[in-house]
Design a protein around this ligand. Sequence first.
Ligand SMILES: Cc1cc2nc3c(=O)[nH]c(=O)nc-3n(C[C@H](O)[C@H](O)[C@H](O)COP(=O)(O)O)c2cc1C
Length: 182
Amino acid sequence: MPHIVIVPGTNRAGSNSLHLARQVQSDYDALGCSTDLLELHLEADFLAPTAYQHHTAAITSRVDRFLKGDGVVFVIPEYNGSYPGVLKLFADMLPDKISFNQRPCAFIGIAAGNFQALRAVEHFQGVAGYRNAYMYPIRVFVGGVHKVIGPDQKLNDVALIERLQTQAKGFVAFIAALKPSG
Ligand SMILES: Cc1cc2nc3c(=O)[nH]c(=O)nc-3n(C[C@H](O)[C@H](O)[C@H](O)COP(=O)(O)O)c2cc1C
């Protein structure tokens, strides 16, 4: 089974993206995948003007975790009609050629409002596509997040839970289909 890296696309304290990412992680665990929840609580090193040329141990450690993924699931919150800057900063630290190139990626959007992070996801897909990712076409969009995630930080919407599980199964099959045979 593939190794799945799940990236909640924000570092906001108390983020709903992180709650949702934990649910997604448990779906992949249930399928027998190994998983890594790669949070973007980026160290100050990421903001150093030298960070692009010189990766400190803290940056290398997060980048390496990303590169281990046979597939990467992005849980992307909508911030001001797009995706959070911290996610772009992380993407900009991922080395050229080996990070997105031919790496299967899946996308989940999450928002307080009715646009359900469609634009946030599509903005980020523009970056992933530019970097030659293999993008799984079935995306999941979550709007009105405060209604579907309860005070226990868990999803309470059965249809949504099923959509996420369907995406997880499909993404694992997508990864298997793309793997070179032999
Ligand atoms: C800086 C910021 C900007 C936001 N902009 C939007 C927005 O444009 N549209 C929207 O529906 N929700 C917006 N939200 C609400 C988030 O979508 C909401 O907090 C949701 O829970 C996902 O983000 P989270 O992972 O930070 O919780 C914004 C939240 C923050 C912190």
